[in-house]
Design a protein around this ligand. Structure first.
Ligand SMILES: Nc1ncnc2c1ncn2[C@@H]1O[C@H](COP(=O)(O)OP(=O)(O)OP(=O)(O)O)[C@@H](O)[C@H]1O
Ligand SMILES: [Mg+2]
Length: 406
């Protein structure tokens, strides 16, 4: 047996899978957007936790670069309570990563930050240069940013660059904060809408949980028309099968998965990519050990699920309060828990259990908090769904609720 064949599976946020299954339709959508010369549509790439948004974004990046787009952006999850000023600096930082290595020919005027009237003709737009321009320009944050973006495009125009894609992952984490009079979401949308109107090919791709798009529309209603929404779903049966068997089909893989074990993995993961990587990684290791001991290969599914509960679900569950757990447990009991549910469903079901029942307004309030925590989201029809796949099954495994004797 060749022991150097490493376990190929990669469960983990943003870790490229050994084989990216499916996603052809979404990739086509993206390629269509990259053919735009006037940007009429941007993209929101959304979906449940672990469904494959980040790794698909990486694929898009590679494709965009091949098509002569510049790509900038970052993961916004660390950007706790971002203000307009920090968003501006974020954009400048990301932009400078590509502009600092390009020698631009320019004739920038004194008014935007340069001491002498006759400024250097050749310049690298490093972060310091961009920041100096930003700080020396008059006007509001949005005006200054627009002006900088326009200048950058003027310098790029005519090169073989198609434009710049600004890609922000975990974008649901930024929000407008009227109490502090900070509107970073509106700022982002305003800037891109305005420069796109001026025919500047800078495109926005925002990735995040399903709370993202409603948040954009809440901030600026024109977001409805600005974005093409791509809602990533779980993999279908055939794609799931490929995600499982392709990586181990490679030469010198010491084991293979039987049809039976592949079927079992598909059934338990329901085609959710993170779960597929997680289970396959475990099964691969177990099979190798069973093989070495000369045992028949079997999948200890109950043990693998217990490990999944500890590694994936329990941390999220631990952050919920006792009352939130009660509410989520009620939801998990609903027939429709895996799809969608309403406030009324929860209120009704809560009466069947030995807990203090919930009022409608209380449920509404709690669902809002749970949505901000990334556990549920409200869909277009005003119904709710879990934002974490198969959370209902995990909750049911915890056996939290006792039913009232009727
Ligand atoms: N199409 C796919 N085929 C096989 N595996 C995939 C596919 N898409 C994603 N994965 C795997 O699923 C896991 C989750 O992917 P990723 O981190 O991109 O999800 P995500 O939607 O960004 O999750 P989160 O909401 O937590 O940010 C990773 O281990 C990745 O390798
Ligand atoms: Mg991600």
């Amino acid at each position: 047996m060749n022991k150097t064949f490493e376990n190929p599976f990669k469960p983990g946020a943003g870790h490229s899978p050994p084989y990216l299954a499916g996603r052809e339709k979404e990739t086509k959508e993206f390629l269509k957007l990259t053919n735009q010369t006037t940007i009429l549509e941007n993209m929101v790439l959304t979906g449940l936790r672990g469904v494959g948004k980040t790794v698909l974004l990486s694929k898009f990046k590679a494709l965009a670069i091949q098509k002569h787009w510049l790509w900038v952006g970052t993961d916004l999850s660390e950007a706790a309570s971002i203000s307009e000023e920090t968003l501006a600096k974020r954009l400048l930082t990301d932009l400078s990563l590509v502009t600092s290595s390009i020698l631009f020919t320019t004739n920038i005027k004194k008014s935007i930050g340069f001491k002498s009237d006759s400024v250097a003709k050749k310049i690298y737009f490093t972060y310091d240069v961009l920041l100096a321009m930003y700080q020396n320009m008059p006007g509001l944050v949005a005006d200054k940013l627009k002006m900088i973006l326009e200048i950058i495009w003027k310098c790029l125009e005519g090169s073989n660059t198609k434009g710049i894609i600004f890609a922000y992952d975990e974008a649901q984490t930024i929000y407008d904060n009227p109490k502090k009079e900070q509107y970073p979401v509106a700022l982002l949308l305003d800037i891109f809408q305005s420069i796109q109107r001026k025919d500047i090919p800078f495109m926005l791709i925002l990735t995040g949980l399903p709370t993202l798009f409603p948040k954009l529309v809440d901030s600026r209603t024109f977001a409805e028309r600005m974005f093409r929404i791509v809602f990533l779903k779980k993999l279908n049966e055939k794609e799931s099968q490929e995600a499982i068997v392709q990586p181990i089909r490679k030469a010198e893989c010491p084991i293979s998965f039987t049809d039976e074990s592949v079927g079992l993995i598909i059934k338990e993961t329901k085609g959710y990519p993170y779960f597929i990587q997680f289970m396959c990684k475990e099964v691969f290791d177990i099979f190798i050990q069973q093989q070495e001991r000369g045992q028949r290969e079997t999948v200890p599914m109950a043990e693998i699920i217990r490990k999944l509960d500890t590694d994936f679900f329990s941390g999220r569950w631990a952050r919920a309060t006792d009352r939130q757990r009660e509410l989520l447990s009620i939801v998990a009991k609903l027939k429709n828990a895996e799809y969608e549910f309403t406030v009324q469903d929860i209120v009704e079901e809560s009466k069947n259990h030995k807990i203090t029942s919930f009022s409608g307004s209380h449920v509404n309030q709690m669902l809002l908090t749970l949505a901000n925590a990334g556990l549920v989201y409200k869909n277009r029809h005003g119904k709710y769904s879990f934002a974490v796949p198969l959370l209902n099954r995990y909750i049911l495994r915890q056996h939290l609720l006792e039913t009232k004797d009727v």
